[in-house]
Design a protein. Structure first.
Length: 368
């Protein structure tokens, strides 16, 4: 364990971040809110490794990261809370009632709550590019035909289990939830996010499809994509989200450390778009041993990425690109770690070691 410097907030956590930059990821940003120190942000490393045909610059508070599955709670979850508040949606509404295509499908009795809790019985993932009726080309990305084909593939897929009886983390469930929200509102998830989340929180650098920001901002690069045949920078990493035009319920959101921490604080305090967050905390939609509340994960008792010292009732989420967010409402604490650990390849899994080390250093200092 690195010896802490009592005069410097989160000295140990920062030292761990600095130690592993260049090994587990080229660059990272760590944001913490606590009653003890207020906002704390530190950055390390670079946006990419050299010689990958993407811009290389030091990571700063303004560097934009691909949040990957943090999209689920911070975008799709937040939008769903608004629709629930305004009675446009109910947690017990079923796909069979809300979407005619699903009325005669195996998913007719799946509820909105099941989708949010990953207990719908849907599989975790499909590579839709290999399953579309015709060969995918870049011009098909986001087209109505592609979206309808993806929905049809899911609608006709076999269930793993009856709704509510099995917890399986499922991108498919959030893809369908995102499509359902767009059908009900007549707006894209990107439009709804701007209106319901980014606007109220004053976020200027948190968005879907951020390519328009180039060359004025620097992105943290991600992976060499076989489908697109290039290292990605400012383009969504998730291949299924790419097929859907970069806007989907399970992935696609980009943000900076400063603005992701702002969203995490809104979850912590139940403010802004997360004013009704207790709705997600109290609804049970999975089996008795479920590890998730609606739209969020909970920190497991042992081996959690949030560390062994994580306080009870901490909720959060991970993102495949190397992102994470954990918040504890009781202790008014929020921790966001953004990395691009998939650059240039997803094969580097050192993040599994690094995450708990950093979080335990933080919990230790806060004495929670």
């Amino acid at each position: 364990m690195i010896e802490a410097d009592s005069k410097t907030p989160f000295f140990e956590a920062k030292a761990i971040l600095d130690q592993y930059v260049g090994q587990g990821f080229p660059g990272a940003a760590l944001g913490i809110y606590s009653k003890k120190h207020g906002d704390f942000i530190t950055t390390a490393g670079f946006t990419a490794y050299p010689n990958h045909d993407v811009p290389v610059a030091p990571v700063t508070e303004g560097t934009i990261f691909d949040l990957a599955s943090l999209t689920k709670p911070l975008a799709t979850g937040a939008i769903t809370l608004n629709l629930l508040k305004n009675k446009l949606l109910n947690l017990d509404d079923t796909l069979g009632i809300l979407w005619p295509r699903f009325k005669s499908s195996p998913w007719a009795e799946v509820t909105v709550a099941h989708l949010l809790a990953h207990s719908s019985g849907m599989k975790d993932h499909y590579e839709f590019a290999d399953m579309l009726p015709k060969a995918f080309t870049p011009s098909d990305a986001g087209s109505l035909e592609t979206q309808e084909s993806v929905a049809e593939i899911i609608a006709t897929s076999p269930p793993l289990a009856a709704p509510g009886s099995l917890e399986v983390y499922s991108d498919l469930g959030f893809i369908i939830l995102g499509m359902l929200i767009q059908r009900l509102t007549g707006k894209s998830l990107a439009e709804l996010f701007d209106e319901l989340v980014a606007g109220p929180l004053g976020l200027a650098s948190t968005l879907f499809t951020p390519n328009a920001l180039k060359p004025h901002v620097i992105f943290a690069a991600t992976e060499l994509c076989p489908l697109r045949k290039k290292v990605l920078s400012g383009e969504v990493h998730d291949s299924n989200c790419y097929l859907l035009g970069g806007i989907a319920g399970h992935a696609g959101l980009f943000s900076t450390i400063t603005e992701t921490l702002a969203m995490a604080k809104a979850v912590t305090f139940g403010t802004g778009p997360f004013k009704d967050i207790q709705t997600f905390m109290t609804k049970q939609a999975g089996p008795p041993n479920a590890s998730r509340v609606l739209a969020f994960d909970t920190a497991s008792l042992a081996g959690s990425s949030a560390g062994d010292l994580v306080p009870p009732q901490t909720i959060g989420h991970l993102g495949f690109t190397g992102t994470s967010m954990w918040v504890n409402q009781q202790h008014q604490t929020a921790i966001v770690l953004l990395t691009n650990r998939v650059h240039p390849t997803r094969d580097n899994i050192l993040i599994k070691k690094i995450r708990p080390l950093i979080h335990d250093a933080i919990w230790r200092e806060l004495e929670l």
